[in-house]
Design a binder for this molecule. Sequence first.
Ligand code: SF4
Ligand code: SF4
Length: 265
Amino acid sequence: MSMAYQPGSDDPSPSLHFACTSCGKCCTGLRLPLSVSEAITWLERGGRVEILCDAAPDMPFPEGSAEAYRAARAVPAISDQLPLTLSATLTAVFEGPCPNLQADMRCGAYEIRPNACRIYPAEVRPDRRVVPTEKLCPSDAWDDAHPTFMEPAQGVLDMETANAITRSRHAGIDDVGRKAGLLAALHIDQAALANEGYAIWKPSLDTLLDRLRAVRDAQDGTAPDRLYVEILSPRAETRQMIAEAQGVDAVPDSTRGYDYLPLYG
Ligand code: SF4
Ligand code: SF4
């Protein structure tokens, strides 16, 4: 028996029903994660793309964990003696409504919209549960009268959403070599410590599009086996920990072409 979502409950029901109400809330003021090919399309249509970078020690993680998912999609890196994985998330950025959002709240780029748009309000990462109270969708989008969206044992039942999740997960792995080439070409050599913040690199959009096309079209890898990276932190105790682990630490420096975004105050 399926159960309707109860607004206000923090515990997701065993079965979720969903239909998009076209409220447009998920198309406003966002960072949309993009694959390399999606970033090229976004830039070619005049959009803005930035690169969120963080680094974590390169070590084995339990299968199915968030750390293992991240590491599989990150670029191998090195900071002095400390092996790292460098995550570089290409993101479409817009303040206010998405440039593709039309007055009637429909998507003006529906056929070529990024996978992230096709997936919401589901989750790409297998370790994340869909919790309606954490989503932007209004409560009537989760009405029991709507088609079954997901079941605990089967995951997402809506085929278009499920296919977009599969494509996005594969693209994250397929893009690792391209991102290594991109980071090398853009001389990106500093990243925040994972779970502490992000370095948001902002290359000029023309340069970024040019380099993205180059790595898309490259037949051979153009990056070293491990990219050199310094680990950023505004916290002295974190920098000391990095140095003790034989990595190279650095204080965030906005003159280098990135903003530092802390995850905690
Ligand atoms: S591309 Fe379309 S679906 Fe995605 S955020 Fe923009 S308007 Fe919304
Ligand atoms: S927030 Fe939810 S209901 Fe509103 S447009 Fe986005 S997916 Fe649809």
